[in-house]
Design a protein around this ligand. Structure first.
Ligand code: IMP
Ligand code: MG
Length: 181
């Protein structure tokens, strides 16, 4: 049992242990290495959640890359069927004619990546792909093609390995299900 400051939000169920996550991240790294052989790629980390995944992934690829960061916040309407995103931190790099790979922690409704993808496409990259560690397919409202997926997971709220609940739990080495009591 991992204690949080709020006793109602303790977590006790590990969904993906470090032993399971790291080999899968290395496998994704090998796949990306194969697909981007002899290409120059810009890896974009979607802050903050993808930070830990990004750090492990860039050490698992053997390609020529630059990196950059974006941070987004989303506005959802009541039905969650639309909404938009705002850049809290925009790219520092010109992505036109670049091979771009977005790295995110998790795709849930798809809202964030749907809008981010459209926004980046309007800047004319020569290619644009998406890599996520976690996919909750049952929750999708915005269809987005994901090129690299670490794990499909059930519809549970997960924390750890960069993912947070109210900024807590990002430093866990594993991914756990947050039990709300
Ligand atoms: P989407 O726009 O609904 O696909 O949500 C994407 C963002 O919501 C992710 O990048 C996360 O920041 C956050 N999120 C969605 N599900 C979870 C979860 O289970 N744990 C932590 N954050 C989540
Ligand atoms: Mg995120």
């Amino acid at each position: 049992m991992i204690q949080s400051k709020n006793p109602a939000l303790n977590i006790d169920k590990i969904l993906l242990s470090e032993d399971v996550i790291l080999p899968r991240v290395q496998e994704l790294g090998r796949q990306i290495t194969q697909d981007y052989q002899n290409k120059d790629v810009l890896l974009i980390c979607v802050l903050k959640g993808a930070l830990v995944f990004f750090a492990d992934l860039i050490r698992s690829v053997d390609i020529c890359f630059d990196l950059d960061f974006v941070q987004l916040s989303s506005y959802r309407n009541n039905t969650q069927s639309s909404g938009s995103i705002m850049f809290c931190r925009d790219l520092a790099t010109d992505i036109s004619d670049r091979n771009v790979l977005i790295i995110d922690d998790i795709i849930d409704s798809g809202l964030t990546l749907y809008h981010l993808r459209n926004c980046l496409l309007s800047k004319n990259p020569s290619s644009l792909k998406i890599c996520v560690l976690l996919n909750k397919p049952s929750r999708r409202t915005h269809p987005v093609v994901i090129d690299y997926v670490g794990f499909d997971i059930p519809d549970e709220f997960v924390v750890g390995y960069g993912l947070d609940f109210n900024e807590m739990y990002r430093g866990l080495r594993h991914i756990a299900i947050l039990e709300k009591e």
